[in-house]
Design a protein around this ligand. Structure first.
Ligand SMILES: Nc1ncnc2c1ncn2[C@@H]1O[C@H](COP(=O)(O)OP(=O)(O)OP(=O)(O)O)[C@@H](O)[C@H]1O
Length: 238
């Protein structure tokens, strides 16, 4: 078993964001978490990565209980995560941004040559090495998303959670992101992706979990999800 949750609940005042979400993501696969706006996907990521504490329920990763643990402990357990609104340091260069993600690092004096080489190789892998000395604020939105992903990969997570990797990204970059996710998966990384772009979800996912009103209503491979009536109902309100 890889990343899983059992009966996860979270309410904000009177709004129930997660309503007993029991999910088992498939290890070694590209998993997608989809659902209409407000169905609880981001809240779910936030509970799983320790950004917020669930009211009840359990988060486990490789049979370890991570419920309510601090984000850095969850990261250390092997889970990396990007954010819907992309978190980079705007006045730092791309290279500095990636180095800032080195575990226990951050301070200039502790950066080793091998950290720098590794950071450069991730920038190269993601096709933005030519921007290594540019400040993040001068990069396009899509390039900043790749930069954030480079930082996440720097920590060598086994499982990567991506929150809307395609959001606001131009079509050329979108293709690159899709290909990258498949390549990184082929090297052994598990992915869980929250994404609204159905073309991307259907083309790269092995397993799709569909949320509606804070809990899963369907799961399966793209071929099954595409024609699931509950899914069409949740999206189209029919
Ligand atoms: N911090 C918060 N305070 C109050 N309500 C919140 C908070 N975070 C989320 N909610 C509410 O919880 C519900 C689930 O929101 P969430 O952002 O998790 O959904 P989502 O599926 O990620 O939506 P989207 O696809 O639009 O990003 C929504 O009704 C939202 O308004």
């Amino acid at each position: 078993m890889s990343l899983a949750t059992h009966e996860l609940r979270k309410a904000f005042g009177g709004v129930t964001a997660l309503d007993g979400a029991t999910v088992d993501f498939h290890p070694g696969k590209v998993n997608a978490l989809i659902g209409p706006n407000g169905s609880g996907k981001t809240t779910y990521f936030n509970c799983v990565t320790g950004m917020i504490k669930p009211d009840s329920g359990r988060v486990t990763y490789k049979d370890r209980d991570l419920t309510g643990k601090a984000p850095h402990r969850i990261a250390r357990a092997g889970l990396g995560r990007t954010f819907q609104l992309c978190r980079t340091f705007p006045r730092m260069t791309a290279l500095e941004n990636v180095l800032a993600a080195v575990p226990h690092g951050g301070l200039r004096s502790f950066r080793t040559r091998s950290d720098i080489e590794r950071a450069m190789s991730w920038l190269t892998r993601l096709g933005i090495e030519h921007l290594a000395r540019s400040e993040a604020r001068d990069m396009s939105w899509g390039q900043q998303k790749l930069l954030e992903l480079a930082g996440v990969l720097m920590a060598e997570p086994e499982t990567v959670l991506l929150d809307e990797p395609a959001g606001g990204v131009n079509p050329a970059l979108l293709d690159r992101i899709g290909t990258l996710i498949r390549e990184l998966n082929a090297e052994g990384r598990t992915f869980v992706i929250v994404e609204h772009n159905m073309d991307l979800v259907m083309s790269i996912s092995d397993h799709i979990v569909v949320f509606d009103r804070g809990r899963p209503i369907a799961e399966g491979p793209p071929s099954v999800i595409r024609s699931d009536e509950r899914v069409l109902g949740a999206y189209l309100g029919v």
